[in-house]
Write a protein that binds this ligand. Structure first.
Ligand SMILES: Nc1ncnc2c1ncn2[C@@H]1O[C@H](COP(=O)(O)OP(=O)(O)OP(=O)(O)O)[C@@H](O)[C@H]1O
Ligand SMILES: [Mg+2]
Length: 735
């Protein structure tokens, strides 16, 4: 009985009940950190150990592959045996496994290929062109999301009701052609994995019976984020007979924008027979200050399923709130505080920095790198490794050096301009034979007319574009060059037309690259360049970017700070958590303010963020942030006001040399009328104030540091950009 004791030992009575309940349908509905995932793991162990279920008979669905690996490890530890045969995975990985095993029944070629969303988009564009469909009326991204949306709802082209609507009929026609092309090429997109495996089971009664027989129990974590298709898939697989255990939290439903249906929780209770609903109310993760703050925040949402959460833990430290002068100061505060925490004895991996938008990581990453603090971006790429950033950098590299083959290949058809892989192969072959670079081969091919027709025109247009960008940017400053190139190469437009969060994030990242360039020339962020303008600065900037992307890479097992978006933090926990950029427009994200229901989803995302913290939580925001290439004044997020004061404490600066002096720091929510310096003969200035300079003209004070004679201010001048000026010398007049 030792093993059974191990399974039940570390559970409270409600968890105990859930884990050891007789087999049947069960819904565990409970708030964050109440042990839902723990219950799921222990229930699997119980089913195997006590109910005698074979490892082969368990199907467990998790949200990420990492969660699946963790679940397997924890199970092996509980049961003391190796469990390579258990089916634990994400919906996609399980569907994939089914299709690989039964490719014939699924009417797929044996070596079918999975395509990602970029491949999918390329395919859609080709179809639009081949069929002479106007891509202004039917933007490729829209067609792509229409197709994915249909698949998520389980709809094949003939099942979409067009109601005589010509526009919709065209969409459906494209969907049909897309599907035909995929069938011919043996291509399977992500949505198809699920839909195809659903159809596989539905249309093969013998196979379905086999799996229904085989799986003795189906378990699902993070059930609140399942979509319509996933729900249908579970329903089919269980045949409403195989018992299911699902765990979830309606307050943590954060993927509505991707088709997740929180209603699935209620549907489950209604549709699955004799569902036992268990509520867990004790939170084991966080201090009571953190938990109460999260409870208060989420209470601002209407239409919740209602759950109570309490903790027996201590109140702990209050949540620290820090208002940075700007995003850089915010990052400095975070990294300095992390250093203190490490000195206090925390491991770096116990500390996480969470943010709403991907682009926010750039300033944080640079500050971490500068301070020699190893970090890892969880569930995503580091800033300089992101696809859109690498594309932009490839254009810039090509401006400096046409012979950079890797960069040329990377962007020759990005955004798509009709240069196919065959043309690129011809170029490559030519270059190899003549022993020249691709750029050279391309020119030779145009000169001797061996590249002609449509391909020739497209190549010519590309060569012209690069030359034109080069000419147009001559004499520009670094950030202007970058702004010009990302705009006129149409990279921004390319991603802007992408629907949803992903495209938005890519546009934000590109804009963030302009910010990086500005900061670079001001010597704020990366190493300051030796020489000032244009090409030289560009070269220095590109080298730094290359270094940033490779050199400081921490390997997976190194003890390093964890950076991730709030979305990817779901299900995880860390002793120390920072949430950066808690500002209106950023979090809640401005996109969410336009669509009904989205604000509540942002609030749930905030609830997810707060409840990741175990012992200490920091919320930070910047009063001035560079966004979309320019400085904007930011307001503290409404979410901060929704957390009662009693759980929060404002952090003020402790007057370190590398930071602005205390007197300059405006208090949270107060006006910025704080004195920049107290010196008698110097003018009294405040952040955000307009000033006049005899040479640079009018500008706004963005930042300040140092004291007395040595105090410096950063001023954003119209037309002159940002400059740091020493107050003692600069003749600034307040306006
Ligand atoms: N009975 C218990 N005794 C001690 N610690 C527990 C108990 N139950 C859960 N925990 C611990 O509490 C923390 C939260 O548990 P778990 O991650 O399972 O919660 P969850 O409900 O899945 O959270 P989330 O909603 O964030 O996914 C974990 O560190 C877990 O080990
Ligand atoms: Mg969990």
């Amino acid at each position: 009985m030792d093993d059974v004791t191990a399974i039940l030992d570390q559970l409270n009575p409600a968890q105990h009940e859930a884990v050891s309940a007789p087999q049947g349908n069960m819904l565990v509905l409970a708030g964050a950190g109440s042990g839902k995932t723990r219950v799921l793991v222990h229930r699997i162990a119980w089913l195997m150990q006590v109910e005698g279920l074979s490892p082969y008979a368990v199907l467990a669905v998790t949200f990420t592959n990492k969660a699946a690996r963790e679940m397997r490890t924890r199970l092996e530890a509980l049961l003391g045996l190796s469990l390579r045969n258990v089916w634990v995975g994400t919906f996609h990985s399980i569907a994939h496994r089914l299709l690989r095993t039964h490719w014939q029944d699924a009417r797929l070629p044996q070596h079918f290929q999975i395509i990602d969303s970029d491949d999918q988009l390329r395919l859609v564009k080709r179809l639009l062109k081949e069929n002479h469909v106007d891509d202004e009326r039917y933007p490729p991204r829209q067609v792509q999301s229409f197709i994915s949306g249909c698949k998520e709802e389980g709809l094949r082209p003939h099942q979409v009701d067009v109601h005589g609507d010509a526009y919709l009929a065209q969409m459906v026609d494209l969907y049909e052609r897309y599907q035909l092309t995929c069938e011919r090429g043996g291509l399977v997109d992500f949505g198809e994995l699920l839909l195809r495996s659903l159809e596989l089971l539905r249309d093969n009664p013998a196979l379905l019976a086999h799996y229904q027989e085989r799986f003795g129990h189906v378990l699902v974590d993070e059930f609140q984020d399942t979509n319509t298709l996933q729900y249908a898939w579970l329903k089919l697989l269980s045949g409403m007979k195989t018992p299911m255990t699902v765990v979830g939290d309606d307050d943590q439903s954060i993927y509505g924008w991707r088709g997740a249906r929180v209603e699935n929780i209620r549907r489950f209770e209604q549709e699955f027979r004799d569902t036992r609903t268990v509520r867990l109310e004790q939170n084991y993760r966080s201090t009571s200050a953190i938990l109460e703050a999260a409870n208060a925040l989420i209470s601002h949402n209407a239409d919740r399923m209602g759950k109570e959460l309490w903790t027996a833990g201590s109140r702990g430290e209050p949540i620290s709130l820090y208002a940075g002068f700007n995003d850089l100061d915010e990052a400095r505060f975070i990294v300095d505080t992390i250093k203190e925490k490490v000195d206090e004895g925390y491991n770096r991996r116990e500390i996480a920095i969470l943010y709403r938008s991907n682009a926010q990581s750039r300033v944080l990453e640079e500050t971490l790198i500068r301070q020699g603090m190893p970090y890892r971006i969880y569930g995503g790429h580091r800033f300089y490794e992101r696809l859109e950033i690498r594309n932009a950098l490839a254009y810039l590299r090509l401006l400096l050096n046409r012979d950079d083959d890797a960069s040329l290949e990377r962007i020759i058809n990005v955004p798509a301009r009709g240069i196919g892989t065959r043309t690129v192969e011809i170029l490559r072959e030519r270059a190899r034979q003549a022993d020249v670079t691709l750029w050279q081969a391309l020119h030779d091919g145009l000169a001797d007319a061996s590249l002609k027709g449509r391909a020739g025109n497209a190549i010519q247009a590309f060569a012209d574009l690069i030359e034109r960008l080069d000419n147009e940017t001559a004499g520009m400053s670094l950030h202007e060059i970058i702004a010009h190139v990302i705009e006129h190469s149409c990279l921004v437009e390319h991603h802007r037309s992408e629907k949803g969060e992903k495209g938005q994030a890519r546009v934000e990242n590109l804009e963030e690259l302009i910010n990086a360039a500005r900061a670079f020339t001001q010597g704020e962020a990366l190493k300051p360049p030796e020489t000032g303008e244009g090409g030289v600065a560009l070269e220095a900037f590109l080298s730094e970017a290359a270094l940033n992307s490779g050199e400081h890479e921490a390997d997976e097992f190194e003890d390093c700070v964890q950076l991730m978006t709030l979305h990817s933090a779901k299900g995880l926990e860390f002793p120390v958590v920072f949430i950066a950029g808690v500002e209106e427009g950023l979090f809640p994200h401005k996109m969410s303010l336009e669509e009904p229901g989205r604000l509540e989803e942002e609030r749930r995302l905030c609830y997810v963020g707060l409840t990741r913290a175990m012992r200490k939580l920091y919320l930070t925001y910047a009063e001035i942030r560079r966004m979309h290439g320019k400085e904007t004044f930011q307001r503290a997020s409404r979410f901060l006001r929704e957390i009662p004061d009693e759980y929060m404490e404002e952090v003020r600066l402790r007057g370190q040399i590398s930071r602005p002096v205390t007197a300059m720091r405006p208090a949270v929510g107060l006006s910025r009328q704080t004195s920049v310096n107290g010196g008698g003969e110097l003018p009294t200035l405040s952040l955000g104030q307009r000033v006049h300079h005899p040479v640079f003209g009018e500008g706004v004070i963005l930042n300040a540091e140092g004291e007395g004679e040595r105090a410096r201010v950063q001023v954003s001048f119209e037309g002159e950009g940002d400059k740091w000026l020493v107050l003692g010398f600069a003749k600034l007049t307040p306006l």
